[in-house]
Design a protein around this ligand. Sequence first.
Ligand code: FA5
Length: 347
Amino acid sequence: MQDLSELQRQIESIKAEIRQNAGELKNSKELYELKKNFLDSKQGKLSQLMKGMAQVPNELKSQFGKAVNEAKQWSLTFFDEFDTKLKEQELKLRYESEKIDITMPAEKIKPGKLHPITTVRNQLVDIFAGMGFSVFEGAEIETDFYNFTALNTPQDHPARDMQDTFYLSPEFLLRTQTSAGQIHVMESNKPPIKIISPGKVFRSDDDATHSPMFSQMEGLVVDEGITLCDLQGSLNMFVKQIFGEETTTRLRPSYFPFTEPSVEVDVSCFQCGGKGCKLCKGTGWIEVLGAGIVNKKVLENCGIDSDKYSGFAFGLGLERIAMLKYGINNIKMLFESDLRVLDQIDE
Ligand code: FA5
């Protein structure tokens, strides 16, 4: 049989055990497990005390029950308070570990950017769109007819040697010039016509300034009374916006089978202002594109009355413009996708 003093002794020993174990707890999950050891209705050490009630004389039963219940109440309060303390500690630790030092230097964010050829192409499209040109997208695979014959360059014409061509079959080829688009546009549109046509072209060409695949942009205007002055006026607008307000153009005689007269267009050197430097090889001028008045034969090939209408056309290389604008001396740098190079090219 248990007397009350024995019970009190056991209760004190349980309380001491609770305090001691609690001192070693690290988190509220461990506390939950500890609480079960003492308060679980079947296995808990405090609940077990009640089992001794059977041996307690009747007159002491109520005091016995009261003492056990008080011990249970004490341990509940103890665990609750300890739980609050542990949670505060856990929160503090979490805040410490998640603390952000706003004085640390931030990691550099490297935003992507457009390839210089795309940038130049977009700029040119914007400039010419501002002058009322619309964009025609031609095809990279063309027929010999559109790329050469309709452009007044029939088989065996010596001008074909100017462009070393990749043939896919006797009829089909990779277009060597965006000029092929001129014919498509003039066949399916009546004047007035005012288009630009940017796109990839292909030639068996390979050195520091020539690549087998490169980008051109064609310009074509057909209307009544179009002259070389209109051509030069439009090109002046374009070079000023690309190379600087001071830049101007000059026309030199040249030859293309699809334009008559044909011209090579030079821009005044935007680096030395025309005095002569390394970039312009001391001449004060830099060649940028080919152009001319649309050959009457080409207009007629497309069913356009060449007595009523005239037109100008030009074709420029986007890589050449990008190389001049960004000071790149080898065209390969534009195709190797080396970020160390591309990162340095900034608008
Ligand atoms: C032509 O292709 C004519 N179709 C241009 C034209 C259009 C003249 C309309 C008259 C009227 P050319 O072969 O010169 O012309 O090429 C034009 C430009 O393309 C050159 O000035 C040059 O900048 C560029 N280019 C030519 N070949 C290459 C190449 N292999 N790699 C990079 N750019 C090139």
